[in-house]
Design a protein around this ligand. Sequence first.
Ligand SMILES: [Zn+2]
Length: 321
Amino acid sequence: MARLEKTNKHTVESNSPTKEELELINSYTRREYTQQELYTFSVVLCDNDIDRDYEAFSVNALKQMASLFVGKTGISDHNPTAQNQTARIYSCNVEYVQGRKTLYGEPYCKLTAKAYIPILQSTQETIQLIESGIKKEVSVGCSADRVLCSVCGADVHTAQCGHYKGKQNGDICYHIIDNVTDAYEWSFVAVPSQKNAGVIKSYYKEGNMSNIIEEVKKGNYSVINNGNANEIGEYIKELQQLAEYGAQYRKELEDEYVRFSSLCLDCSSSVLRSVAKKLNIQELAQLKTLYKSAVEGGSFLKPQLVKSEAVPTANDRQYNI
Ligand SMILES: [Zn+2]
């Protein structure tokens, strides 16, 4: 199951709710709201064209989302705190745009949502930001369990078809997000439009990423392209995070090894520290455990700690620099 987040740069249009819309909205509210108490706007959530990740929703997927997004509250910048959940979608439709085609030559259509915000002191700012056009990019999050290769139709989750997104080989390869099973959020994203134009965060499918890594290991760097650059970027960020944890763990092991071994060995901390640097992680962990249990068992303390007033010898001085 792939989780997706897609950003759309279409502008938001605001309008006053019709009588029918007001009825729909009031089916979501605890009390009846009047027209004057509500701010409504429509927003394009996504479309069926190829995006920057070389992915496109199928019309089927857009229709699925049209029913899944109704009733969902919108959040700001993917931050789902209660105060951020100000707008709720009360209707959602797939609309064809006359005469417009997608990059792959099919009729273009978009998923348009209508949402409302109760006009309150606390929502004034959000409404102002929408009105002024600052909050105009919307990102959607959803899950899909069928993503197809545009070249051969293989399900990219289950099959390794050898086609890679963004690769041009006659027809460009893109992934068709076809079966959307859940729509879990929609969000205003307050990013400057020139930065990340269109996409804030891509998702990566583990299967797909491991294929890419295998190819790269073989020296086949041509699998890296615009279509998966975002996924690879996200993956690298994740690896860097893990590497940081790893480095932190190693540092803690080294510190403990030096601390416990210095209580057991007649050896300076600086020597033990440089020994620690040369040990691999398993050796460090084993030796740390050994010295730790020796210290805790009191069986392996170095003589200086036992003798209370030891006179330093020439030998000791050597280590006491
Ligand atoms: Zn394929």
